[in-house]
Design a protein. Sequence first.
Length: 256
Amino acid sequence: MPALYLQLLEQLRQWIVPDDKRHLTVFAEIIASMLLSSSASLHHWLPWLVHRNCSARSHMERLSYFVNNPRITTSTFYEPLLKHFLTTFLASAVELTLDTSVLWDKFCLIEVCVVWGGRSLTLAQVVIEHGSATVSFEQYRPVLERAAALIPTGCSVSILADRGFLHGDFIRWAQQKGWGWCVRGKVDTLVRLASGRTKAAHSLIPSSGQAVIAHNVTIFDNVPAHLAIANLPQAQEAWIVFADLAHRPSLQTFAR
């Protein structure tokens, strides 16, 4: 019996009360097999399945039923564990990332993760039929809302995102939630400087090997921000980063 299976079962029993305890046993066994195989392919899970003198076909039928079972949802099995884990962040800082991945040039994975211990842990995600990493705010807002619902009240939250998420609606949503934000900018983003002049971000890029920081700028007509730009020789292009007013950027901004 794999030790991971026993550990999963012990943890799951604390948060989930199934109609039949055998259902939870099967769930823990298959999840353990999935993790131990390090594969999303069902037939790779077979060597890790314990019990029964079943044929491979019978096992595959059981696994197929498992992955297509509408009663196995994140709200039932995953989110209770996440909420318990996130209680350790009460009254402390929580750093999130918002990102996309394109799969087979046909689907787009949108996810919000919490940064922890040098790794990231998924809070919420969705896959849409969309062959580009560029998505609209309305397409990823449900993922943000789901992630926000899991975070305990009283946490200081900040969210990092790439330039594909430089949307006024997203930043205003973060402001309404009381979240800090730091988003990579685009070269054509219009920036109103503290002096009142408006310039495209590309015109503010410094010489190679240098960085500039502009405080109290405005983007999207009414969004106050700080701006940091670094032009590093080892990078293919200059890095342009906008951050909320509570997070004054420094050279460390680019390390994030």
